[in-house]
Ligand binder design. Sequence first.
Ligand code: DX5
Ligand code: ZN
Length: 226
Amino acid sequence: MPASSPIVAPSILAADFARLAEEARAVEQVADWLHVDVMDNHFVPNLTIGLPVVQSLLAATSLPFDVHLMIENPRRWAPAYADAGAYNVTFHAEACDDPVALAKDLRAAGAKAGLAIDRDTPIEPYLELLPNFDTLLIMTIKAGFGGQRFIPELLDKVRTARRHVDAGHLELRIEVDGGISPDTIEQAAAAGADAFVAGTAVYSAADPAEAVRQLRRLAERAIGQA
Ligand code: DX5
Ligand code: ZN
């Protein structure tokens, strides 16, 4: 059972990109992290923002940045996001042949290090690497686009990771990303997640801050019952 209170991280992928600073500030008082999806049109077909935009956005809000790199060759690019001041930098296991070395580089640059596991990637080969990481991001969709339907079967990976983390007394957040909403967050929390990314559920709501509060209430309740 996760010991920590839940982290709620709105994803700006679902925000208005012409008003990113305002959209970030709309959740500043209620969110724990701001989830920033960097996509390179190679690792995933989609293309979003890169380092210059992230740097500007960092200056515009006090929220800690949870940078989710969906890019090829993260060893080349990821440390710059740590240098820029991101709180946590997550890269994909599928894109990196030496995840532990990159985790060390990120930590040396002053950031938390995150490992992301995409829809079709098993978790087992990566469990032994987890002591080198601060966050484990388990995709609950196929990485690449917001607004997709949550895949409940992928929570088996969350359960496996939770057992491993608890048995090893690891200090690691288990984060879920994709289709997290008031309809799905409780099952993700009950499976062992303790960090929740939500794009559409926050930024398509009439009141994004209230949407964050509601997600937190639901996650807290489900964690309390797990
Ligand atoms: C998709 C991104 C997600 C995305 C989630 O690859 O990693 O962070 O913003 O969006 P929703 O919450 O709409 O599924
Ligand atoms: Zn993401």
